[in-house]
Design a protein. Structure first.
Length: 268
């Protein structure tokens, strides 16, 4: 099994290498990650820009690693089309040092890195770690083991997916984790603007607000990790709103007829 590992936190991220080590027990791993942190870029690609790729020393025998001066999306696109030897069977992104939950996944570099795999009908997993406090030490090994179990089940055919698995693991001891829940993404988020007073200008920065991770339904990702469960949300990205096609079509046909009557004196 050929596995492409990436992230949005950069090639030196501890979470990336913990994930790569776990994936190496499942298959042949290639790491292609940004050369620096690229958090919050979503599915952004570097159009009309040169992208530099540099092989870097790997701390894990048998794994090739590359740093890319682009986005997570660039990394996966390059990996799928140019750099990985043979067919890529699985794309795994992470481990992110913070949750990717609710509506905030839409601009998550960790989650959206897997979008290129999804579009290529390649099973894809995004993995994030949820600390109880913003300044606590992060332990990546258990989250990596969770990803490893999912990858093994994809490899042996028990889990056949054509979607993205968004995985969030609480950063607590294993004996405190209550279990694993399959969840939907909540319709709220946890990122907020924080005001920073400068000498001449008023500045804002986007920061996690862990106090906001509450108040969601018990079937949601936010509720699950807040309650001490591992959250796994199957995602798909279908942009068409099929249910409203009939009423929108009816209205547009009326507009079309009025337009052609007014401009050409006749109905189409």
């Amino acid at each position: 099994m050929n596995i492409l590992v990436t992230n949005d936190d950069g090639i030196d991220s501890r979470g990336l290498w913990a994930l790569a080590k776990a994936m190496s027990r499942v298959g042949q791993v290639t790491i292609i990650a940004p050369d620096k942190e690229r958090s919050g870029v979503g599915s952004c690609l570097s159009f009309r820009s040169d992208i530099n790729i540099k092989e870097v020393a790997s701390s894990i025998p048998g794994i090739l690693a590359y740093a890319v001066d682009g986005t997570p999306g660039d990394c996966v696109m390059l990996g799928l089309n140019r750099m990985s030897e043979g067919k890529v069977d699985l794309v795994v992104s992470g481990i992110n040092p913070g949750p990717n939950i609710g509506r905030d996944i839409q601009y998550s570099g960790t989650v959206m890195a897997t979008l290129q795999g999804y579009y290529g009908k390649i099973p894809s997993i995004a993995v994030s770690l949820f600390p109880e406090k913003s300044d606590e030490n992060l332990e990546y090994d258990f989250a990596a083991e969770v990803a490893e179990k999912l990858a093994l089940n994809i490899k042996n055919g028990k889990l056949q997916i054509n979607y993205i698995l968004n995985v969030n693991v609480p950063n607590i001891p294993k004996d405190r984790i209550k279990g694993i829940l399959v969840t939907r993404t909540a319709d709220t988020g946890y990122v907020k603007p924080s005001r920073v007073q400068g000498e001449k200008v008023m500045r804002y920065t986007l920061v996690p607000d862990y106090a906001r991770i509450s108040g969601s339904g018990e079937d949601t990702d936010i509720w699950a990790i807040n309650a001490g469960y591992i959250s796994i949300s199957p995602l798909r990205f279908e942009v068409n709103h099929h249910e409203v096609f009939p009423p929108v079509t009816a209205c547009i046909q009326e507009i079309e007829n009025e337009f052609f009557v007014n401009t050409h004196g006749r109905k189409k």
